[in-house]
Design a protein around this ligand. Structure first.
Ligand SMILES: Cc1ncc(COP(=O)(O)O)c(C=O)c1O
Length: 399
């Protein structure tokens, strides 16, 4: 291998080892190791989801999720429509407006919740605490007398909340946390979180379609005592006549779920249990992150988008390109070359869907959740070096 003035690799041998599973998308994420359609053979199809077996399967998803995640008994956990977006929106529309609201916005999804609070809910007393891609907002600015809306993991910037110490235990407001790319991969301080949402399509590699929503007793109290002054579509309604609709949290979904997706969610949960539950899931994701972290430390061209090490996501691992020859290119050219890297890796069957999210700074994003094997990440890294060196040879000629 030869090197140029800046020390970047000029020529890189094409690797021969292809990842066994090249699925590194940040959602829908890789299916669990060994998954085949056979996992769905016991799906309860062509029958009512309200028949005993159907309802039991829905309730089983709730019970197994609660157990694996260590969700306190006093919390309610329900299956709701429209994936994580549905779960977040039903929380925002049902709960907000009783008091002032602080929203943390530091990447695409969290900014989307802030925009909805402003333009759709038109909340009168709203503060948006912002940060650029790669950073977290100043958490000390939060006023715990207010409700606080935030993502635990910013999937599009690879910046995560490092821990829950900053959340006041005696907060009068509610914490509403979009944790879709965090649960099953990061420790969640449940006692500090009043509403937690996620989708099946992330860390356990399930199918999208349905969301999960966990509610603390304080969140339930808010639902039962606060009547938001806005229309609430049926699929957002979690309370009726001042009482929680308890059935939703026992497997009686608001509308019709896909029992194929339910079967797949059960398969993911059973796999999680079979490998050792939450500690094993966390360890797998941590090992994936470490593998990339060690490679980044040696890399002449790749760097983390997340500046602070403790805030680097171990699931949606976002990389930028630091090579001065690349950063000197125009934004359009940078985009073009990253697209060529992503498509050449796809063509080689080495990696699928690893381009940065459409609203995020140009770069790469590699999913490191529990369903991804560390050996596949290991096999991917030489391909990244190879694809970058190919792209670099192309643009080095033009500079
Ligand atoms: C932080 C975050 N919130 C919300 C969503 C939307 O999730 P869904 O498409 O499951 O509704 C995503 C999807 O990647 C996400 O990463």
């Amino acid at each position: 291998m030869s090197r140029d003035r800046e020390g970047a690799d000029l020529k890189q041998m094409k690797p021969t080892l292809i990842p066994n599973n090249p699925c590194f998308s940040s959602g829908p994420c890789a299916k669990r190791p060994g998954w085949t359609l056979d996992a769905l053979k016991d799906a309860f199809l062509g029958r009512s989801h309200r028949a005993k077996t159907g309802k039991n399967k829905l309730a089983e998803v709730i019970q197994r999720s609660k157990k694996i995640l260590g969700i306190p008994d006093a919390y309610q956990l329900g299956i709701v429509p429209a994936s994580d977006t549905g779960a977040v929106e039903m929380a925002l529309w049902s709960l907000l407006g009783e008091r002032g609201v602080d929203v943390l916005a530091w990447e695409s999804f969290s900014s989307g919740w802030a925009a909805d609070c402003k333009s759709q809910l038109q909340l009168k007393d709203l503060r948006v605490l912002k940060a650029d891609y790669g950073k977290l907002p100043d958490l000390h600015q939060i006023d715990w007398a207010r409700d606080v809306v935030f993502a635990w993991n910013g999937t599009t910037s690879g910046v995560r909340i490092p821990n829950g110490y900053w959340i006041a235990a005696d907060r009068p407001g509610l914490t509403i946390c979009d944790a879709t790319s965090a649960v099953f991969a990061m420790e969640m301080p449940w006692d500090k979180l009043d509403v937690v949402t996620w989708s099946w399509q992330k860390v356990l590699g399930g199918e999208g379609a349905h969301g999960m929503i966990a509610l603390s007793p304080r969140a339930v109290r808010r639902l039962e005592t606060f009547n938001p002054n806005r229309p609430l579509p049926k699929i957002f309604q979690m309370a009726k006549s001042g009482k929680l609709i308890e059935g939703i949290f026992q497997g009686e979904t608001i509308n019709t779920p896909s029992m194929l997706c339910v079967e797949d969610a059960l398969d993911g949960l059973k796999w999680a249990e079979s490998i050792g539950g939450l500690p094993a899931l966390l360890a797998r994701s941590k090992a994936n992150f470490k593998c990339i972290e060690d490679w980044v430390a040696r890399s002449s061209w790749a760097a983390f988008l997340a500046e602070d090490r403790s805030a680097r996501s171990n699931t949606s691992i976002c990389l930028k390109i630091k090579d001065p020859l690349f950063t000197a290119l125009s934004a359009d050219d940078q985009n073009l070359h990253v697209k060529s890297i992503v498509s050449s890796l796809e063509k080689e069957g080495a990696a699928y869907d690893i381009g940065a999210y459409r609203d995020a700074p140009v770069g790469l994003r590699i999913w490191g959740g529990a369903t991804v094997e560390t050996s596949d990440i290991q096999a991917l890294l030489p391909w990244l070096d190879w694809a970058y060196s190919q792209a670099r040879s192309a643009f080095a000629e033009t500079v």
